[in-house]
Design a protein around this ligand. Structure first.
Ligand code: MG
Length: 250
């Protein structure tokens, strides 16, 4: 069931989104050679809790941390760990949700650690740009397939592939609401976008093949070929004035 939000609910979601975005920014500033992903997670968690918000991911389906931190060939759902030390040249995908006054903000960003290769930089840039291509297509009257195909067309034209096994989603009082928001699709197909819908658009883009596999911990999802993957996400409101990004820090 798709839950449409009122103007008042959208402004509450903007507050939740702001907490999530600021936590993500702080976590990203902590990405330096030598830090563990556990320490990065702790920074995000502390910030969220200081705001009187709740880290949405903590305990979700049994997930043990407040953020997913996925390094290099890890696509999503990396579990923060004292044993995972970030090194110069790594790319570090951080995904953070915050629940504030009953609503969830969900966002992700892939941060470079120090100087990264030109290939890694190109992957990050294309993935981030593809998110904005998807957001641009999130207009009242368009369909979910218009969003996905905008992302897919953009990244495939540049030689990358779109992860199929994981997709974006509606977001609101719950982190995962209807509809599913694939990062691939056919223009003009799927659910029609309406004023008051709020969706998380989150391209997961691979340097090599789109196939992924989940490790024995049940969470950590890696590229099947071991090549790099990037992940950018915003929570977006569909409004008659066009798409509005709710996960902005300021
Ligand atoms: Mg999400």
């Amino acid at each position: 069931m798709i839950v449409l939000k009122t103007k008042r609910e959208l402004s509450a979601m903007r507050e939740a989104g702001r907490v999530a975005a600021r936590a993500l920014r702080l976590a990203g500033e902590a990405v330096q050679p030598g830090i563990s992903t556990w320490e990065i997670d702790r920074i995000a968690r502390r910030y969220i809790e200081e705001q009187g918000a709740v880290p949405t991911f903590l305990g979700y389906g049994g997930f043990p941390a407040s953020s997913c931190i996925s390094v290099n060939h890890v696509v999503i759902h990396g579990i923060p760990s004292k044993d995972v030390i970030v090194r110069e040249g790594d790319i570090v995908s951080i995904d953070i949700g915050a629940t504030y006054e009953g609503f969830v903000g969900d966002n992700a960003f892939t941060f470079p650690c120090g100087k990264i290769s030109a290939q890694a930089q190109a992957l990050l840039q294309t993935t981030q740009e593809s998110l904005y291509e998807g957001i641009k297509a999130a207009q009242v009257g368009n369909r979910i397939g218009d969003v996905g195909s905008a992302v897919q067309r953009y990244v495939e034209a540049r030689g990358y592939s779109v992860v199929r096994n994981f997709v974006g989603h509606g977001v609101g009082a719950k982190m995962h609401e209807d509809p599913s928001v694939p990062n691939y699709g056919t223009p003009g197909r799927g659910v029609r976008l309406m004023q008051g819908m709020t969706i998380a658009i989150e391209p997961m883009i691979n340097q090599g093949v789109y196939d992924v596999k989940t490790l024995a911990d049940g969470w950590t999802t890696v590229t099947a070929d071991g090549k790099l993957s990037a992940h950018f996400e915003h929570t977006v409101a569909i409004t008659s004035d066009g798409p509005v990004i709710l996960t902005l820090p300021d």
